[in-house]
Design a protein around this ligand. Structure first.
Ligand SMILES: [Zn+2]
Length: 526
């Protein structure tokens, strides 16, 4: 099945009149300067901004600027945030405190020229987390002069906040000094050189009736097409940019046309950059998806709702951003209570805005997590991600299973986890990694040692223990392996999946048929 996806194409204009050129140039300059202004500001207040989401940055830095619309400003802020993501990740990693609990000793296994068998090869310190190191990490991440007050007012029944207050009370300034030193040591290196934006590039968006590209009416011109952009700071707001269009390279003109939205407008986003005296305009068009195929270094990934969003069979985990996740859950709970009180399903306007904001934040988080997953696959030399078909994931949970009072099926819907399928696929394919979705049946309940499938193999969310052979494993790691096996093992790949044009899709089988294939496979192999 061929899928259509957006692809970017560049158009150049090297002969634009000065008024039009200056208009765009001036805008690019202003946006670049603003990004640098934000960058400097963030580095002066890193504790605050490294703990905020992209969405928060947009709220804080949103402002009016001549010649720029709201979307231009949001894009500029969002680009700046994205540029800072690596620094934010480094901050979150380095701000953590751990204590040394001992050494791991490695010995030589054979005699060598300069050593004998059982001589010490290396000493590696082993670190562990304690209640106190957790508090130190937490305070170092968030502490400013208002933070203790915030803790006192918002401790509720949050254990970490209560522990933090306890230690601050106990050790007083000595602890605070330690925290400040830790912050300084971590922050100084990261913020010493604020990111400097040099290139004159901006992304923008226009709503217009006219198509983005049209044939040039002036047939004598060497530029056979014209790009039209509305909403510019000039008479009638329109800007026409003549460009050379090559059907062979750029494809069918109609593929760049967007359909009308409910307001009778076409919403078009574009990117502009400058190089020497040339303007480059980047547009997206619907193109044939060049889906990655024929890859065979399989990487099984288990998706979880309650803990660790992604797990693999090696014990690597990628978790949700817990702060965002928990905020969302408590927001949803409050909304449920409100609805119950008012005996109505309709949210107030304000709550509805909040709800929509959360949806954006959650989707943004899922995208970041998928990016991390793809990076992890690459670092493990894998080129084929295997996951359960998430659309059916809700069904794999027992009907009464709940998390903080939410039915799993509802939670999956509220987190929009069905979306993950497309997000993972599009990010993975960009990095030349294939993705296959397999049937979710029995991935958590089948034993890979003896083939026994039983509900009691998974008595808790966390642990797998086979009722027949006693095989024990971490439940997530075990599921990830079982998912990977569906492609890795010839017999499963051939019977559970259909291969067409280098891509796999689940074979339409009854549950019972899947069950007997699995039992037979692991009974022989186990
Ligand atoms: Zn077993």
């Amino acid at each position: 099945m061929q899928q259509k996806i957006n692809k970017s194409y560049s158009f150049y204009s090297n002969d634009l009149n000065k008024v039009k050129y200056d208009l765009l140039y001036d805008k690019a300059l202003k946006i670049r300067d603003y990004k640098n202004e934000i960058s400097e500001f963030v580095c002066k207040n890193p504790i605050k901004f490294f703990n905020l989401s992209k969405f928060d940055w947009i709220n804080v830095f949103r402002r009016r600027m001549d010649n720029c619309n709201n979307q231009d400003i949001s894009n500029a802020i969002s680009d700046t945030y994205v540029a800072y993501e690596n620094k934010i990740t480094t901050f979150n990693r380095k701000i953590k405190s751990k204590v040394q609990s001992g050494f791991k000793k490695t010995l030589y296994k054979k005699n060598g020229k300069h050593y004998k068998k059982d001589d010490i090869k290396s000493f590696e310190p082993i670190f562990k987390e304690t209640k106190l190191t957790k508090v130190v990490s937490y305070l170092a991440k968030f502490y400013d002069d208002k933070f203790i007050e915030f803790l006192k007012e918002n401790k509720n029944d949050n254990t970490l906040r209560i522990d933090a207050l306890y230690y601050v009370e106990k050790y007083g300034d000595r602890l605070i000094d330690l925290i400040l030193l830790k912050q300084k040591n971590t922050i100084d290196k990261i913020t010493k050189h604020p990111i400097k934006f040099v290139s004159l590039t901006f992304t923008s968006c226009t709503e217009q009736k006219e198509n983005i590209i049209n044939q040039n009416k002036n047939k004598q011109s060497i530029f056979n097409c014209v790009i039209s952009l509305s909403g510019q700071n000039r008479e009638k707001g329109k800007l026409y940019i003549p460009i050379k269009y090559s059907r062979k390279h750029h494809g069918n003109l109609k593929d760049y046309y967007k359909t009308f939205n409910s307001k009778g407008q076409r919403v078009i986003s574009y990117k502009i950059s400058f190089y020497k005296k040339r303007i480059r305009i980047i547009l997206t068009r619907l193109g044939i998806d060049e889906t990655v195929k024929n890859k065979s270094n399989y990487y099984g990934v288990d998706v979880n709702v309650k803990h660790n969003l992604f797990s693999d069979k090696y014990g690597n985990f990628i978790d949700y951003d817990r702060d965002i996740f928990n905020d969302y859950i408590s927001f949803l709970k409050r909304m449920d209570e409100k609805k119950k009180r008012k005996d109505s399903n309709i949210l107030s306007k304000k709550d509805n805005i909040k709800f929509n904001n959360f949806k954006v934040i959650i989707k943004d988080m899922l995208k970041r997590k998928c990016n991390a997953l793809v990076k992890q696959a690459i670092s493990l030399n894998k080129n084929h991600i295997v996951m359960e078909d998430l659309q059916h994931m809700a069904k794999s949970f027992a009907r009464n299973n709940e998390f903080e009072g939410f039915k799993y099926s509802r939670l999956i819907r509220l987190l929009n986890l069905a979306d993950l399928k497309n997000i993972v696929k599009s990010i993975a394919n960009k990095h030349n990694i294939q993705v296959t979705f397999v049937q979710p049946h029995y991935t958590s309940k089948a034993c890979d040692q003896c083939g026994r499938i039983h509900d009691d193999n998974r008595k808790t969310q966390e642990n797998f223990e086979c009722v027949s052979c006693g095989n024990k494993a971490n439940a997530d790691t075990h599921s990830a392996k079982m998912i990977e096996d569906r492609l890795h093992l010839d017999v499963l790949r051939k019977s559970l999946l259909v291969l067409k044009d280098g891509l796999y899709s689940p074979n339409k089988l009854k549950k019972e048929a899947i069950k007997s294939i699995l039992v037979e496979c692991y009974d022989i192999n186990g």
